[in-house]
Design a binder for this molecule. Sequence first.
Ligand SMILES: [Zn+2]
Length: 552
Amino acid sequence: MRYVILVVLSLYSLTISAQNIKIKTATSNTISQKPKLVVGIVVDQMRWDYVNKFKPFFKSDKGFLHFVNEGATCDNTLIPYVPTVTACGHTCVYTGSVPALHGIAGNNWYDNIKQKSVYCVEDPSVQAVGTTNSSAGQMSPLNVWTTTIGDELKLATNFKSKVIGVSLKDRGAIIPAGHAADAAYWYDTKSGNFISSSYYASILPAWLTNYNASKRVDSLYSQGWNLSLANSVYTENCDADENVYESTPFGKEAKHFPYDLKSFIGKDYSKITTTPQGNNLVMEVAKQALLNEKMGKDSITDLLAVSFSSPDYIGHSFGPNSWETLDGYIKLDEILADFFAFLDKQVGKDNYTVFLTADHAVANIPAYAKKHNLPGENYDDGAVRNDIIACLNANNLNPKLISFVGEYNVYFNHPLMDSLHISQESLVSIISNYLEKKPQVLQVVESRKAAIAALPQMTKEKIVNGYNVQRGGDLMLLTKSGVVDGYPTGTSHGVLYNYDAHIPFLLVGNGIKHIAVNTPTSMTDIAPTISTLLGIQMPSGSIGKPVLEVLK
Ligand SMILES: [Zn+2]
């Protein structure tokens, strides 16, 4: 007995001293190797092909090309789920997870338990901070079920890391910043202020109150939107400046460049979102946050999550082949080049790491595609809903049997089905048979049975990954390639095809090799790659793999 105890004790002490040695080496290595700051940049709606396509027109090789020339590019990064929309994209980037696990089933969904529609970051239990527009501020990451990169960074440093999110969109700031964030700031289109919620703090920091008081948006309006390069560049490389299939966000008469924005000064703070200057606003607030909150100043890694929403608004209105999109990226490239110079000065050249990706990409405007004999069609959720109601009427069924249609998810009204004794099987079959005769529809899949649908494995996986039992629809409508859930003008995104699902994934800075990775990578790989770089636990729901090729 004594012998056994002795052996156990000596084994125990051996383990302890071995652990001590490990910890010591780990600490001395880690501190010198870890970046002081990680900046995550999401460019809302950025297609993978934009860097290559717009490269000749960038004014600097220190913006987007800084990643290409000195960092790592993962050129075949795909989104592994549907719907490919903003909320799901930002959640996947920062959690490495998919809607089935992280809970963000769309920008909006229908809660099957509470029987009501929900906006991804709504939280009626918190109050707006920095605006009297209370509904714009009642937001938090409450609906995200898994941890984020920022949460794990906080856990790894005993909550000493600073984590802040900035975006025009509430969901673009809140979700990337995560549950344990110090702050998230987003833009209120009513007041023209960057605001927050009581989830983070009861008042805005003084630096942000001062920034808001400067009414920077008015001075950006006074500049208008003028082209960065000669008209001939856009004529030769884009669709026409004026098209009937483009939206007119600045008024019905403002159909082409230059856009005079002076009439919005002091009156309408929403228009700035659809201009390149929306990116200036976000960048300025992000820089102010970095300076005033002293991010990247000590050896404990901080995370600044920046999401540029304006490229999405511009893309929705004018499409990927427009003068507006090209010019927006030329101007965003200048903002990035300036930001890298700022980081070099404030944090130090080798002390930070930046990654850049997108929450989703985008389809061509259907009418533009048709003009070039490519597949293109509109079929929005409203039309889907009307078709289903027509189908139910034709079958003498109560149209209220459908409770919600959103992002091509069709939700059944289960209490009504029960009271009318209508089975799931019969409703699925009636609606599927009807919709599958529509020219825009590829297939209607019963969400719970997606794994056995007659579809390619990769396609089935996207549906399974995107289906959340509590928050997903009973049916998932798959449209044919080129069909857009949109508007009579402009375009959209949200489906499984590569024009929506192929995104950039670029990295540069501390710990990153200079390499072009062409082997397939997934959006879910981003969070584990950053976790590996930082030597922290990967987020709880992550299903991705670190892209080891990019790490030194
Ligand atoms: Zn969008």
